[in-house]
Design a protein around this ligand. Structure first.
Ligand code: BG6
Ligand code: MG
Length: 213
């Protein structure tokens, strides 16, 4: 079979692991503590979006104005709650189907990378036992614009020395699919983005990648 792609760039939260649920719980705790309404519909708008941009979306529901210093403190508070949840994760939280998919794609000769907006990427990969597994990692620590800007995926492609058109992005966020498309890449989706039919492939699980690639 002639290969359409050389590299697969995976989003992390909500694709490789279910940390998207921990993001939701941490934001919900913070929002409740300041009396701001927050639910799963609003949460879907935070997928792929940076920490500070996520906070701005949550604070849209508040009648109060917050100074930059107050916002920094709220974001730090949320991150502490989130990191506490992450610290409970172990390699057993990496689903077998995800690990088998990654191993299967590697066997097929694809380069594998992470393209995530999260600054917690190194910690999460360590918790689930994937430190050192990927050929490149581009995350919230080395980008200046978060998804839907294509920067994170273009930098990941550059790190892999792969042409954007030869990279497939795997995403659960509509903002991430837009980033992939704006970067000249195709996207395969799971989760929320798949339900929205945002991708070029809308999958029910990452395992299906082994059938389409
Ligand atoms: C993305 C998540 O992966 O990372 C977003 O989908 C999150 O919900 C963003 O806001 C930033 O994460 P962190 O870990 O740097 O706060
Ligand atoms: Mg995600």
């Amino acid at each position: 079979m002639v290969k359409q792609f050389d590299a697969i760039i995976f989003d992390l939260d909500g694709v490789i692991c279910y940390t998207d649920e921990y993001h939701y719980r941490a934001w919900k705790t913070l929002a409740d503590s300041i009396g701001v309404p927050f639910d799963r519909t609003i949460n879907n708008r935070l997928r792929g979006v940076s920490r500070m941009a996520s906070l701005d979306i949550i604070l849209e529901q508040s009648p109060c104005a917050f100074s930059q210093a107050e916002k920094d403190a709220l974001a730090a508070q949320k991150n502490e709650i989130y990191k506490q949840l992450l610290s409970e994760m172990t390699p057993e939280d990496l689903l077998a189907e995800v690990k088998e998919t990654l191993d299967g794609l590697r066997k097929k000769g694809y380069l594998l990378a992470i393209g995530s907006s999260s600054k917690n990427t190194p910690f999460i990969l360590q918790q689930i036992g994937l430190t050192g597994f990927f050929d490149a990692i581009c995350d919230g620590n080395n980008i200046t614009r978060s998804k839907p800007d294509p920067e994170v995926f273009l930098k990941a492609a550059q790190m892999l020395n792969a042409a954007p058109a030869r990279c497939l992005v795997v995403e659960d966020a509509v903002s991430g699919v837009q980033a992939a498309h704006d970067g000249g890449m195709k996207a395969a989706c799971v989760g929320d983005a798949s339900k929205e039919h945002a991708g070029d492939w809308n999958l029910t699980s990452v395992e299906e990648l082994l059938q389409i690639l």
